[in-house]
Write a protein that binds this ligand. Structure first.
Ligand SMILES: CNc1ncnc2c1ncn2[C@@H]1O[C@H](COP(=O)(O)O)[C@@H](O)[C@H]1O
Length: 335
């Protein structure tokens, strides 16, 4: 199944277990003082039933502790890009939360520079058909000052490939209203905005959704607990939606299974729908598989599946050059 644009993928959540295992093995062999189990034991192969309570601690209590230096960040970022490229993705907007690692003397600025250098090397390699750009994430746990730093870094590294700002993190945490001036500044600076939206009932209150829509977002992620009224507002503002089938089913963020996913509603809407993997390292369903699942459970034929991927390209955060490249690729697929 062709899977052209990947618009909602978290870098750290996209690292495969195999790659985490390689990093762990390398560090253990080099005598690094790691107090961590082998990833293949901590996150066993085939386990995808992480729910919203068990999912977020995976990062703070495991993966961030393992990928905690420049070498492991570079190695895992390269591996993530290779995995997407091998899956047939031709356009990737990868997102990540700037992280400092004081024990290594690594600042958030260093982290972003490190990731961007890997993206740039990937883009400059003529044998790679996938082009990659970066979105920087504000975590809902952040203070306003930390969120401002994410916007500062996004502005600073725009010319190096940062195309937007995201709001992510545990949806049960935080009051998004504190970030209103931060996202206003991002928007004024010309950055695109994507927001995790109504992932759980508690983050789907009218007050939170009103606040998020007041930031004039360009895209919304997940979009699960939304009333008809909010769905109508999203349509009238023509905001693209990033839908992650496997993540939502495995993490039990929706009731039921694939055929019950709200993709079934959004696909009939007028907005761009970008099927995405969210965290392929955790939920183990690459983008080609997500398109396959959508086609299987919603009875899409080849043309409808291609139309869906073309429609997603309407809401990419880069400009006409990338859109034209994608149009060329689509026209070959239609032949
Ligand atoms: C259910 N889906 C989701 N909802 C909300 N936030 C999510 C997420 N999946 C991942 N993240 C956010 O992305 C971080 C890991 O990647 P980066 O370190 O940023 O590259 C997680 O710590 C979480 O804040």
């Amino acid at each position: 199944m062709n899977a052209p644009s990947q618009l909602h993928a978290h870098l750290t959540g996209s690292i495969s277990r195999h790659c985490l295992h390689q990093i762990w093995t390398h560090k253990t062999a080099n005598g690094s003082p790691l107090d961590l189990e082998d990833p293949l034991i901590a996150i066993p192969h085939g386990r995808v039933d992480y729910d919203i309570k068990t999912f977020f601690p995976l990062f703070s209590s495991y993966i961030y502790k393992l990928c905690n230096d420049v070498d492991s960040i570079k190695y895992s970022t390269r591996a993530v890009l290779d995995d997407f490229q091998k899956d047939g993705v031709v356009y990737l907007e990868l997102r990540t939360t700037p992280r400092s690692i004081p024990q290594q003397g690594l600042s958030k600025d260093d982290y972003v520079k490190t990731v961007l250098a890997i993206l740039q090397a990937h883009n400059e390699n003529p044998s790679n058909t996938m082009k990659t750009f970066l979105i920087l994430s504000v975590d809902r746990r952040n203070t306003v000052a930390e969120a401002e730093e994410v916007v500062d870094l996004s502005i600073k590294y725009r010319s190096a490939g940062v195309v937007g700002v995201d709001l992510c993190g545990n949806p049960a945490v935080g009051d998004v209203r504190i970030f209103t001036p931060v996202f206003a500044r991002a928007k004024t600076a010309g950055l695109n905005i994507t927001l995790h939206f109504a992932e759980i009932q508690e983050s789907g209150t009218d007050q939170e959704l009103d606040t998020l829509l007041s930031w004039d977002p360009d895209r919304l992620g997940h979009v699960i607990h939304v009333s008809d009224a909010f769905r109508a507002r999203i349509e009238s503002q023509h905001i693209g939606v990033e839908l992650c089938l496997s993540c939502n089913v495995h993490a039990k963020m929706i009731t039921g299974s694939f055929p019950d996913h709200h993709f079934g509603t959004w696909r009939h809407s007028s907005v761009p729908v970008a099927l995405s993997t969210d965290d392929v390292g955790v939920f183990c369903s690459p983008l080609s598989q997500e398109y396959h699942l959508a086609a299987t459970h919603f009875g899409l034929d080849r043309k409808q599946t291609l139309d869906l991927s073309e429609r997603a390209a309407d809401c990419i955060f880069t400009g006409e050059e990338q859109r034209a490249r994608l149009r060329r690729i689509f026209s070959e697929w239609h032949e």
